[in-house]
Design a binder for this molecule. Structure first.
Ligand code: HEM
Length: 127
């Protein structure tokens, strides 16, 4: 079959599921991230699966349920420091490694996520 989108090329919802679960497993253990995330990450992971599905060219699951992502606005209630952005990206990098996320999409998508993560920063580091 022809795989026209990164979403299809990486393995669709099956890859999204294992990837996002691996990611939040790391987020839930990261000392810089624990303070701003809920204890139960089930709903957070469900929304992130919807978002990343459409981000990679799959069906617009996030928009269908929540409307426009407006990601920076949705993150304003949480103090996102440069240090937390690096922590988020470190968890993402490890998760991609763990699930054997295929190249060349791995590098390409990580680079896109790096830009989005830096755009989410809304608070200075305190130390
Ligand atoms: C939600 C932190 C970057 C996508 C959240 C939440 C936190 C958070 C605390 C709320 C969790 C909840 O209440 O369930 C961070 C931090 C980041 C970061 C510290 C570091 C820069 C990103 C990036 C993306 C993203 C790069 C895009 C790939 C989302 C989505 C949600 C979310 C889709 C759910 C929004 C909703 O509730 O509708 N994030 N985030 N985040 N984040 Fe991030």
């Amino acid at each position: 079959t022809i795989k026209n989108t990164p979403y299809e090329a990486i393995g669709g919802s099956q890859m999204i599921d294992v990837w996002v679960d691996a990611f939040y497993d790391k987020v839930g253990r990261h000392p810089d991230l624990i303070p701003i995330f809920p204890d139960d990450l089930t709903e957070t992971a469900r929304k992130q699966k919807q978002f990343l599905t459409q981000f990679l060219g799959g069906p617009p699951l996030f928009n269908e349920e929540h409307g426009h992502p407006m990601l920076r606005a949705r993150h304003l209630p949480f103090p996102i420091t440069p240090k937390r952005a690096e922590a988020w990206l470190s968890c993402m990098n490890q998760a991609m490694e763990e699930v054997n996320f295929p190249q060349p999409w791995r590098e390409q998508i990580f680079n896109r996520l790096t830009k989005v993560a830096h755009h989410m920063v809304n608070t200075e580091d305190s130390d």
